[in-house]
Design a protein around this ligand. Sequence first.
Ligand code: PLP
Length: 418
Amino acid sequence: MQLSRFGEKFAGNSGISGLMEDLGAALSDDPSLLFMGGGNPGRIDSVQAAFSDRLSAIAGDPEQRHELLGVYQAPQGDRGFREELARFLQREYGWSVGPENIALANGSQSAFFVLYNLFAGEASDGSSRQIHLPLSPEYVGYRDIGLSENFFSATKPRIERLDQGQFKYHVDFEALQLPETVAALCVSRPSNPTGNVVSDSEVAELDRLAKDRGIPLIIDGAYGQPFPALIDESATAFWNDNSVLMLSLSKLGLPGVRSGIVVASPKIAQAFSRANTVVSLACGTLGPQLLRGSFDDGSLLQLCRQQIQPYYRERRELAVRAVEAGRGDLPVWIHKPEGAFFLWLWCENLPIDSFALYQRLKQRGVIVLPGNDFFIGSEDHWPHSRECLRISYAGDRQTIEAGIALIMEELHKIYATA
Ligand code: PLP
């Protein structure tokens, strides 16, 4: 098979798809493995029941059913949905947005592919432009997304050690050197993988830097505000017309629906939807249909506050307690869990690297994600980048407790034999 350069890059067994295949193979060989590796949201029966009622209502109404199954959406996505969301964003946050500021996508992952490649890569003046990640580790799904090489640059975080064996990353503004060729800044807020939340003042400073350079600040809000808002309450939702807010329906419990939302200036929203039309023709109708009406009547926020957020709060406390109970005197630090649904462990001076740790844990029956791959654009020779582990606490209680107990047991062995 003779592949193009695109084919070689995207069909190749790149770091993350190799890891995902390895993980999938391990699970199909042994379905009893304790799975704490993926980005799947938790299974919350009351949330599934609410969406299932909505789905039945749509299916039972000939007009809505036809809209769901039988019609292509307009390029920027269902106008009624965009109008309702814009009204909600104005009401809730005072943002000056209309439907022209909103574009829909088939999942935010594919939206990132289009958006990032709109800005970074080969420019018409011959320069090669990058997306800069001001705080790496970042979401591993960005890693292989660029159509060209050297697609990302990044700044390592400043580490603050906190009480009770926790630590926290901060944007290191002293080290943050934006290359001449920077095309956009991007942070996930809250962060996948670390659960960190870039503070309001850090966002304000990033916004200032982006405006000075005339580039957009992209905020990946897959877990953040306005929904599902798995984020520390002290964080203020952020958007202005120099920024792009990327939203997803997935972490509401709807990853199968593949629905993402871009909130941006009309110019960016339009550029995005033109490019997205080339790739996808139109967006799926299910996501917008399921959420229709739930911004206006407040039921979406209610679902988040009453069902989704308490679920993850409880799981997070359980996970933290399990690490605290198992780590003893090991130098294992928990990143302060401020959002999303992951614990990010820093195993300081870990005698093996985190990929080897992932493999040992898989042998023991628990799947997590090794931290290495998340240090996008900042891998070089930083020992910290080989000492971290991402653990999802979205699953059931038994998996969380048994999985973390196994991880701690294995870590004790590894440190003891070093
Ligand atoms: N951004 C972050 C931070 C994520 O964790 C994910 C998925 O896990 C995505 C974007 C992509 O989500 P989706 O394509 O399901 O909208």
